[in-house]
Every structure is written in structure tokens, then in C-alpha cells.
Write a new protein. Structure first.
Length: 102
């Protein structure tokens, strides 16, 4: 059996600081997630302001591949579209739990 996400889609209250950041400033959290995965903070932050689903789908997909988490691109797209803040927080917690948060 492969790896699973450390936190489920609806489990964002497990890490209150990440949850608050994701709800109050999703663009900032998307930028931080991008930075933690060696991507451009400003680019992902701005992209999240314009098209919120796209950067979250990309970051979730990259985190899933990097950490060997089961899933698919379609699942990443559905998560980003259906519950963008939850998916954003899920990626942030995964990065933090894996020790890649800077």
C-alpha cells in the first residue's frame, strides 16, 4: 500500500495555524507552499489571486509525486476545484510534516 496524505481534506483543524492562514490568506499559503517546494513565491501567490484552482492543483500534484502519495491528477484537480482552501492546507501540512517547511 502506498503513502497517504498526513491530513485528510477536511482535517485542516488538526493544524490551526495553517488552517487560519489558509482561510484568511490563501494566496500567501499557496506562495509559501510553492517556496517550500523550490518554486516562485510571487508567481504562485499572484496566480492564486487570479485563478485559485490552478496553483493548488499544481502544488498538490507535485507534493503527491514528491512524497509518493497515492492519487491522480484528476483527484488533484477535483480537490482544488471543490475545496480550494482545504486542498491548500492539506499541501501545507504535508510539507510541514515531511520536514520541508522553510
Amino acid at each position: 500500500m502506498g503513502n497517504e496524505w498526513k491530513q485528510g481534506m477536511c482535517g485542516c483543524m488538526g493544524d490551526c495555524s495553517t488552517c487560519c492562514c489558509g482561510l484568511m490568506c490563501g494566496s500567501c499559503l499557496a506562495g509559501q507552499n510553492a517556496s517550500d517546494m523550490s518554486k516562485s513565491y510571487p508567481l504562485y501567490c499572484i496566480l492564486h489571486c487570479l485563478f485559485p484552482c490552478i496553483p493548488i492543483m499544481l502544488l498538490r500534484s507535485e507534493a503527491r509525486e514528491k512524497y509518493g502519495i497515492e492519487g491522480s491528477t484528476a483527484g488533484d484537480a477535483a480537490a482544488a476545484f471543490c475545496c480550494n482552501p482545504c486542498a491548500n492546507c492539506q499541501v501545507a501540512v504535508e510539507i510541514k510534516e515531511r520536514g520541508d517547511h522553510q
